[in-house]
Ligand binder design. Structure first.
Ligand SMILES: C[S@@+](CC[C@H](N)C(=O)[O-])C[C@H]1O[C@@H](n2cnc3c(N)ncnc32)[C@H](O)[C@@H]1O
Length: 384
């Protein structure tokens, strides 16, 4: 990680325009609206000490937990999205790197053979059914991907299996017929709806080659993490409106970038991974705070703030006296009208008993297509 030594929010250039964001295990898998690792790093640097327990109630792909562990702070991450939790667990696992390397070398050889046999139709594989499967993947790729998944699922050791599952999942979009270079699939994007977005039928992706690239990249990430991190992180796959697994006052610091109001649909944006891994897109979306799929409801904005409040109430409960809670959030739009998320979150947290201790605004440099209308975010720091 960068050498960070600052003692106030104002002393930080929050734009991080030139920052190298490929830190530790960050790059093992794409995830929508990830933290730049430097954001939690600076906050932890300012507000925590060695050994402080850190919570992120919307941990997503685990950036804050990864950074906290590398800084010697035991981290607890919570997210209801099973893909996010899978990625976060692998990102925050201290693998025995030599053992992993020797397993990888053997496994890649088996994977190459299995994919080639499946491609030639010489291996029995069961390709799962899912929406628009035959539009997303040409048959040869379907067979290769299914063979790979069967091989990964047969790995006994959970940690090793999850490492390969992350690499597998990261390959599912590049191996599809989508040529968009976004890291996600837009919610209404249908593979056959716009043929310009599809690779021609005769283009057959290199299933093994893609997987191998992902494995090598992930290996480098987990190697850096294992070298840097003195402590482990705990990842809970759970709805953070009820964090009953955490005792009152058991956390010194909380940091999060919450979902924005009706801006993103995390489960649906990563639906190719969900389909292959057998995760349920629908039920995850239903419980997602602010899911984009709920934006048509009359009560969507009120629901977003009510559900967010339930999470912040839990954060208040689990924080120790005088513990701080940093929220990095911006306003979003619904039907072209701005939702004043920042001031509503300030009000909610004050109402729950927090004091607003500090606040800065950060200009956003890079924005995803779905967040084009969000030019800045606020960093709010509350104290219990
Ligand atoms: C902005 S993302 C967090 C990204 C994260 N900072 C990272 O670097 O990957 C917000 C996350 O909130 C999660 N989420 C939404 N509703 C939730 C709920 N009720 N309980 C737990 N997590 C939830 C989503 O699944 C998503 O991963």
């Amino acid at each position: 990680m960068d050498e960070a030594s600052v003692d106030s929010l104002e002393a930080v250039d929050w734009s991080f325009s030139d920052a190298d964001t490929d830190q530790l295990s960050t790059g093992i898998h794409p995830y929508h609206a990830r933290f730049i690792p430097q954001i939690p790093e600076r906050l932890l640097d300012i507000y925590t000490e060695d050994g402080d327990r850190v919570l992120d109630p919307f941990v997503g792909s685990g950036t804050s937990a990864m950074v906290a562990s590398a800084m010697g702070r035991p981290a607890v991450g919570v997210d209801l999205n099973p893909l996010a939790c899978l990625v976060a667990r692998v990102k925050c696992t201290r693998y025995d790197v030599d053992r992993l390397r020797s397993h990888v070398d053997g496994f890649l050889g088996d994977a190459e053979d299995a994919v080639e046999e499946a491609r030639r139709g010489e291996r029995d594989v069961t390709v799962p059914e899912f929406p628009d499967r035959d539009e997303w993947y040409v048959p040869e790729v379907q067979r290769g991907v299914a063979a790979l998944l069967e091989l990964v699922e047969a790995v006994d050791d959970r940690r090793l299996r999850e490492f390969y599952l992350v690499c597998f999942s990261a390959s599912t979009k590049p191996l599809s017929r989508s040529t968009e270079d976004w890291t996600y699939i837009g919610d209404n994007m249908h593979p056959a709806a716009d043929s310009n977005r599809l690779t021609p039928d005769d283009t057959v992706h290199d299933v093994y080659g893609e997987f191998r690239r992902r494995v090598e990249r992930a290996f480098e990430g987990v190697r850096r993490y294992a070298e840097a991190s003195p402590v482990d992180a705990e990842i809970h796959e759970s709805d953070s409106r009820d964090m009953g697994f955490l005792d009152d006052g058991s956390v010194e610091f909380a940091v999060t970038s919450p979902p924005y109001a009706n801006a993103v649909d995390y489960a649906r944006y990563h639906r190719l991974s969900f389909y292959w891994l057998g995760y349920p897109v629908g039920s995850v979306r239903d419980d997602e705070v602010g899911a984009r799929s709920k934006r048509g409801r009359q009560s969507a904005v009120d629901d977003y703030f009510r559900e967010s409040r339930d999470v912040y109430r839990e954060v208040y409960r689990v924080l120790a006296e005088c513990g701080r809670f940093a929220v990095v959030v911006g306003n979003s739009q619904r039907k072209k009208e701005e939702i004043d998320t920042v001031s509503r979150i300030r009000d909610i947290c004050r109402d729950l008993g927090f004091t607003l201790e500090d606040e800065v605004v950060r200009k956003l440099q890079r924005q995803s297509m779905s967040q084009k209308e969000i030019p800045e975010e606020s960093v709010l720091v509350f104290r219990k």
